[in-house]
Design a protein around this ligand. Sequence first.
Ligand code: CAA
Length: 385
Amino acid sequence: MTVTVGIDKMGFYTPGMYLDMTDLAHARHDDPNKYLIGIGQSKQAVIPPTQDVVTMAANAASQFMTPEIKQSIAMVLFGTESGIDNSKATAVYLAHLLDLPQTTRAVEIKQACYGATAGLQLAADYVRVHPEAKVLVVGADIARYGLRTAGEVTQGGGAVAFLVTANPQILALDEVSSYHTEDVMDFWRPVYRTEALVDGKYSTNVYLDFFKTVWTEYQRQTSRKIADFDAFVFHIPFTKMGRKGLRQILPEATPTHQAELTAAFEASQEDNRNVGNLYTGSLYLSFLSLLRHGDLSAGKQIGFFSYGSGAEGEFFSGKIQPDYQQGYDESAISQLLTKRRRVSVAEYEEIFNQRLDTIGSDQRLPVDEESAQYYLAGRLNEQRQ
Ligand code: CAA
């Protein structure tokens, strides 16, 4: 008998500061509507030096961690493209911070914004073979393009953590998925750079081409059509990108169904619009946004498009479970988002330029101003504290 496997719990963290996109537009002498409508972003998370991908992941995962869950975690798969070490995996730091058993296997996965999806699929296959095991999967990143670049309006950051188990509470994954890999230079970050390099317009075209390819292949494998779906969730580097993805397939739906899919998309882009790009976590923040703001019920069929520049695309699907609202902490997530402080463009620029990465010297950071449970205190003997 096949075991039902999927996402059982979800947690989300983004730091307590944001930049308003109207403020940024004024500072860059652009029309605010280019950012608000053309790009489709309202706010962007500002990441202080006291948060990195490991601390953000720990803050996200701690929303659902209990001593019982910790004991059954067999593996930690950490998707990130803005890791903190070229050798040691972020997953090892995370397992330590969360006090997971030392019998846990912990590794980092990198393929641009696709890493967490690789984690999800590997975790699902593992749980199908070991149904008693739970796997912690994380997508955490800080999206940095640089001040006054075209990509600046598409920055952001945060972490989504989720637990993959048998008989999941939130989403039962279908076993089928379609994927596509091609060596493309649309977005990359050589090891000596702290900001990404991107061929912006080209990257948006590759994204749409990959979506077309994997959606067509998924339909060929399953004989499913757009009519079989209640919502599509996209990797959202900026909300207009996901909107363009949806528009590409909407003509395949009836007018009534088009309206339903569009309403579901509006729900799924809400939180991304106010946080910005999470790279590996973006697709999963969008899914969480759909859970929080969408009109869902048990059995609704969701399609997911995951895209990681460079490039890898995957389309997969799953069904919403009856108790999905018990799988995440709604009040913690809504408080996190509503309690954020708006920073000025000058403050954002100053924070952007504060880096802990100068080689050598010990550094102590001020105590985390927002009192996150996990934060970076500084560096001693080249080790992050
Ligand atoms: N009012 C309303 N809309 C306006 C406007 C105004 N006053 N002025 C411009 N616009 C619209 C434009 O018409 C355009 O809309 P369409 O795309 O629908 O035509 C939109 O605003 C953006 O305008 P531009 O194309 O002129 O913007 P730009 O040249 O500044 O660059 C960008 C936009 C290429 C996305 C750039 O922000 C960028 O390089 N971002 C980073 C790359 C990226 O996110 N790529 C996504 C695919 S790769 C991926 O998904 C992986 C990942 O996470 C990075």
